[in-house]
Ligand binder design. Structure first.
Ligand code: ZN
Length: 150
């Protein structure tokens, strides 16, 4: 179990140091802005959707390792998915990080995103891990409000 935890930390650190899909996106159809006041994490998400499919998504912003890694892994996970699939994954992800420690999580559906299962121990970190997802949800729901972590 501690090996697994180390592996998870490595994945999170790797993504926070060199985030994937970082930068501006050409021809974005949806944008979202997220802010987590508890930690100071900021994210600006740009998405290009065609016929209900997420063709590309990129993000900019600054924040802690968890929020940056979460945004990076989210953009990887959602490329090529439908908006409905993305929303379903957000629900699963949210369920995972709010499931009490010691209870099983649906790791088959979440795949690589299970690296964030450890944040369950740290309620403040849950907000860092879900910021990108809340921002995505707002962007595809076309609300213009800034996503806040509750
Ligand atoms: Zn944070």
């Amino acid at each position: 179990m501690s090996d697994l935890r180390e592996l998870y930390q490595e994945v999170i650190l790797g993504h926070s140091k060199s985030p994937r899909n970082f930068g501006k996106l050409e021809g974005a159809t949806h944008t979202g802005v997220g802010f987590n006041p508890l930690c100071g994490d900021k994210i600006h998400l740009q998405i290009r959707v065609r016929d209900g499919v997420i063709e590309a998504l990129r993000f900019e912003g600054s924040g802690c390792a968890i929020s940056t890694a979460s945004a990076s892994l989210m953009t990887e996970a959602l490329q090529g998915k439908t908006v409905a699939e993305a929303e379903a994954l957000f629900k699963k992800f949210h369920e995972m990080v709010t499931t009490p420690m010691g209870q099983p999580i649906d790791d088959a559906a979440l795949n690589k995103l299970t690296v964030f299962s450890g944040v369950r121990e740290f309620p403040v970190r849950v907000k860092c891990a879900t910021l990108a997802w809340h921002t995505l949800h707002n962007a595809v729901s076309e609300t213009s409000e800034t996503a806040k972590t509750e």
